[in-house]
Design a binder for this molecule. Sequence first.
Ligand code: NAD
Ligand code: MG
Length: 397
Amino acid sequence: MRQVVILGSTGSIGISTLSVLAAHPQQYQVLALTAATQTEKLLQQCLTVKPRFAAMLDAQAAKTLAAALKQAGSRTEVLTGIDGLCQLAAHPDADIVMAAIVGSAGLLPTLAAVEQGKTVLLANKEALVMSGELFISKVKQHGATLLPIDSEHNAIFQCLPAALQQHTHDQSINDFGISKLLLTGSGGPFLHTPLAEFDRITPEQAVAHPNWSMGHKISVDSATMMNKGLEFIEARWLFNCQADDIDVVIHPQSIIHSMVQYSDGSVLAQLGQPDMRTPIAHALAFPNRIASPVAPLNFKQMRDFTFTEPEPERYPNLYLAIAACAAGQGATTALNAANEVAVQAFLAQQLRFTDIARLNAQCLDHFSGFHVSTLDDILALDLQARHYAQSLLRKGL
Ligand code: NAD
Ligand code: MG
């Protein structure tokens, strides 16, 4: 029986993880569930799954949860605050930690799991974008196993030679005959929207992704293609490669989840429904396979299967992230922070869709020469970039 901690269990990835686990009660037990503020959702999950522990970031929410659990006769113990989250991520009985908190808030709990040498299933791409070099050096130092949940990176991982899968952080992909990692992306809801209409895009339109059902932040990132930019940086760290080794291809059907091109001309791809329960099941069971509730593909009903290049005018955020990746760790930490501020402001209708890239570009410009190496440096730069982005917002860009 493997014991699983789910960080961010009330979110889209958290719910998909619980759905896969529910199909395999003999193999996995949920040790702990965590959330930020959604008491009612976490209460229902705790009553269904009966974990030993739950944690909420918010102290008042944790109190309410503990009282409701007690009243329902549950024995789940409730922890609180960032310390509570980190404690559960590092719990001695945990075998697998699903890192599915959204944004930079996931960094400390995810690192807490890494530092205990856990098997970490990484959905929280922002943690790696913020701290890539430090994060991977801690994975190596503590002998943690890092498995990608992001569908693109999970696809690439599945297309790697088995000998490289065991050593993605030490070996060079080129030594295994790999010439390119091809990251695919759908292009989001505005692939065909006239550019002249971009100023008037609303949050409702931006979060309505054509193929995937996800949390609001990643949905907006998918619409701007900042998501693919963050994934570009994520791939650079997960697969120990450089910006030149990675290409982005638009594939609107979201059936191919990414590809690996080899020097002999072969291209290996991973295909499947756009449903996160497939990469989650893959990573939970790796190197074995378990069933997931996802329907198989039906090739006889697939009409179009197309590929194009992302246009720079349509997706400026993608190209900002690629530039940040080349500039180094300070640039990616600052860009990630700026983007979190920009997306939140856009969702709160304080910023136009097209201003997300404007704000990100100004922050990247300001901070791209910054150098960070320690965790304290990274957290300080993250905060500084947020303050800078907020000051730009107040000034009205
Ligand atoms: P979501 O918004 O649906 O859920 C986020 C979860 O994190 C919730 O449980 C929430 O309570 C918790 N959370 C939010 N802020 C927190 C904080 N400050 N401290 C502690 N917990 C906090 O997000 P999601 O769509 O499930 O995405 C989660 C992560 O997975 C993101 O990093 C995203 O980029 C990545 N990801 C998601 C998908 C997807 O299909 N949803 C696909 C690939 C990668
Ligand atoms: Mg993805």
